[in-house]
Design a protein around this ligand. Structure first.
Ligand SMILES: CC(C)(COP(=O)(O)OP(=O)(O)OC[C@H]1O[C@@H](n2cnc3c(N)ncnc32)[C@H](O)[C@@H]1OP(=O)(O)O)[C@@H](O)C(=O)NCCC(=O)NCCS
Length: 163
């Protein structure tokens, strides 16, 4: 498996695999593919990585800037993360997370937040952080990983997440 930054040729495949992955997700409104398109359109897709296996795209991860109440710079939000349904539970998501977080850190990011299953993201260094809040989401599912500098306050995702 290879993990590569997206190219313009990958856009449709990213949309399709993301929509397919979230189709039966209990907390999804099936907007994830549109969110990625809107982030790209807004120039806010900081990192967009595609996992390839045998010439097929099998997974995708996105990172975009977030704002933090205390004005801290260099914070990002992870997501959407999606693995094609027929390739789930074989380590593709883990590989995308490891590569994506390493690249984000190499870009000089101060930290990253994620909204998701603590049992899953806890394996990748994410933990609840009492200093960071995200209005409207259950706090037990909102986690952060500090790379360099802690931050404090309300976190706001890019407007593209409201599509
Ligand atoms: C969540 C997702 C990205 C994980 O990627 P993956 O390649 O399937 O997962 P990995 O192979 O890296 O990790 C597998 C382990 O993660 C956990 N896991 C994976 N998917 C899970 C899910 N949907 N619910 C609970 N645990 C899950 C399990 O513990 C699993 O281990 P197991 O197979 O031994 O039980 C993928 O399943 C997916 O695209 N799901 C639908 C979309 C989604 O939920 N995205 C994340 C939203 S925050």
């Amino acid at each position: 498996m290879r993990i590569l930054p997206e190219t313009p040729l990958d856009r449709e495949a990213i949309f399709t695999l993301t929509q397919d992955a979230f189709k039966d997700h209990p907390h999804s409104q099936q907007t994830e593919g549109h969110i990625i398109d809107a982030l790209r359109e807004a120039g806010a897709l900081t990192l967009s990585l595609v996992a390839w296996d045998g010439g097929s795209p099998v997974g995708h991860i996105a990172f975009s800037p977030v704002t933090v109440g205390d004005g801290s710079a260099g914070w990002y939000g992870l997501g959407p993360l999606a693995v094609r349904p027929d390739r789930q539970r074989r380590g593709v998501g883990a590989a995308l997370l490891r590569e994506g977080l390493a690249r984000l850190e190499a870009l000089g990011a101060a930290g990253c937040v994620v909204l998701g299953d603590p049992a899953y993201y806890g394996r990748f260094g994410f933990a609840r952080d009492a200093s960071l809040t995200c209005p409207g989401v259950p706090p037990e599912y909102f986690m952060a990983r500090v790379f360099t500098r802690p931050a404090r306050g309300e976190v706001a995702y890019h407007a593209a997440f409201s599509v």
